[in-house]
Write a protein that binds this ligand. Structure first.
Ligand SMILES: [Zn+2]
Length: 68
């Protein structure tokens, strides 16, 4: 008997939303928000989120807006 293909048997990453990124000015590179370690959040004078995080590449404290 032929196995019926399960429509839900798709790797989970196919369902993931496009990840939010943060930018490290020292490395000039963007990183997935879920791959960095956040140390804080604050808002600028226009109410935009500014995240503090440890950059996984240079290991330094960085701040960045969030890029959707
Ligand atoms: Zn960096």
């Amino acid at each position: 008997m032929k196995k019926i293909e399960d429509p839900w048997d798709i790797p989970p990453e196919k369902y993931e939303e496009p990840s939010v990124k943060v930018f490290c000015g020292d490395c000039d590179e963007r990183f997935d928000e879920d791959k960095v370690e956040f140390t804080g959040i604050c808002e600028d004078d226009q109410g935009r989120d500014r995240m503090s995080f440890i950059c996984p590449r240079c290991g330094k404290d960085q701040t960045s807006f969030r890029y959707g």
